[in-house]
Design a protein around this ligand. Structure first.
Ligand code: KG4
Ligand code: ZN
Length: 340
């Protein structure tokens, strides 16, 4: 006998996602992004994101239903991101999800966006090993989490960025180096021709006495700006490839060093890396190298599941339904600054 069919909806930032999961298996996974519409502003514009969700919601859900070969009447539950995220963007997704749940006569489950990122990996690699450390690195988050049981126990927040997220750092430095938005992929590409040792960028919060799990990336942005300025003052253009390679090295070094430290401190054998920055080739290579050296298993889901999507929300919904969790009340609202 097959378990419940769960439709998941994600709309916390610039991606409108709908995914369908049954018994931990992915049946459909559709994402529409408004990233291109934000490009000329150099970052996500909330009003534009909300409108884009409104436009994309129904087509994305319909496409997911078609992909899974299902009608609304065959859905057993709807899961939706309630936070954290952009308030207007979350409202569009929640309103849509409430309507779908009401129309289908099925329960609605509110999902924490970060729990979704954690669960994304289960769609590729199966149930989460317990316990595991999860590094979530994207344009909006840089978090180190200790996960024991995703639906039965609270996620332990080990550390976070004190200022910019890692992806935000890539995006801002790319801009300083004259590379296009989103900056992460552009820096990754430019870095291939560069020397990571050409510039000695700092490794913030890695001295003894510093919080071992906290991150800070705004200093790197300042250091990059100063490096560009020094070149211009000498009347030369900065070697962009070297700057990109050195920045990437600094970010990858700090992220993986702290993630491995978290595994060691908590006697954890599995590290999961998710979020857009998990796409970074140097972050991946260094994580692989350091995990291998420490005898730790590294799990990185495929990129389409790493970035914001509805399938990861459906994956949490699926776990919630099967664990007998309470659905959300009818008057459930968004929680834009939801804590863990
Ligand atoms: O997860 P995501 O799609 O959206 C959220 O921010 O939630 O992550 C997007 C972020 C952007 O900052 C982008 O520059 C970064 O991930 N990114 C990368 C790479 N690909 C995407 N950063 C470094 N290297 C990459 N290859
Ligand atoms: Zn996210």
């Amino acid at each position: 006998v097959s378990g419940p069919v769960v439709l998941g909806i994600e709309s916390s930032c610039d991606e409108t996602g709908a995914g369908i999961v049954q018994d931990g298996k992915l049946l459909a996974h559709v994402v529409a992004s408004s990233m291109d519409e934000h490009a000329r502003f150099g970052g996500v514009v909330p009003e534009i994101a909300s409108r884009a969700h409104l436009q994309a919601f129904t087509p994305v859900v319909r496409q997911a239903m078609t992909e899974a070969g299902l009608r609304l009447g065959q859905i057993d539950a709807v899961a939706v991101t309630t936070g954290p995220g952009l308030s207007g963007a979350l409202q569009v997704g929640l309103a849509g999800a409430k309507s779908l749940a009401y129309a289908a006569g099925v329960p609605l489950y509110g999902v924490h966006h970060l729990a979704g990122h954690v669960a994304a990996d289960t769609l590729e690699h199966g149930p989460l090993p317990r316990p595991c450390v999860v590094l979530i690195v994207s344009g909006g988050h840089t978090s180190l989490l200790l996960v024991r049981d995703l639906v039965r126990e609270p996620i332990l927040h080990l550390g976070d960025t004190l200022d910019d997220a890692a992806g935000e750092c890539f995006d801002k430095v790319a801009r300083i180096l004259g590379l296009p938005y989103p900056g992460g992929p552009a820096i990754d590409r430019a870095a291939r021709a560069g020397d990571p040792d050409a510039v000695a960028f700092p490794r913030p919060l890695t001295k003894s006495g510093d919080d071992p799990y906290a991150f800070s990336f705004s200093g790197l942005k300042t250091a990059a700006a100063r490096w560009v300025e020094q070149h211009r003052q000498r009347g030369t253009e900065p070697p962009v490839a070297d700057g990109a390679a050195a920045l990437q090295e600094a970010v990858a070094d700090v992220l993986t060093r702290k993630a491995l430290r978290a595994c060691r401190d908590h006697d954890v054998q599995t590290l999961i890396v998710v979020g857009g920055v998990a796409a970074n080739s140097r972050v991946r290579a260094l994580a692989e190298q350091r995990c291998r050296a420490a005898g730790i298993e590294l799990r990185v889901p495929p990129m389409t599941l790493c970035t914001d999507n509805g399938a990861m929300i459906a994956a949490v919904g699926d776990l919630l339904v099967r664990s007998g969790a309470e659905p959300a009340p009818l008057d459930v609202s968004i929680d834009p600054s939801a804590p863990l």
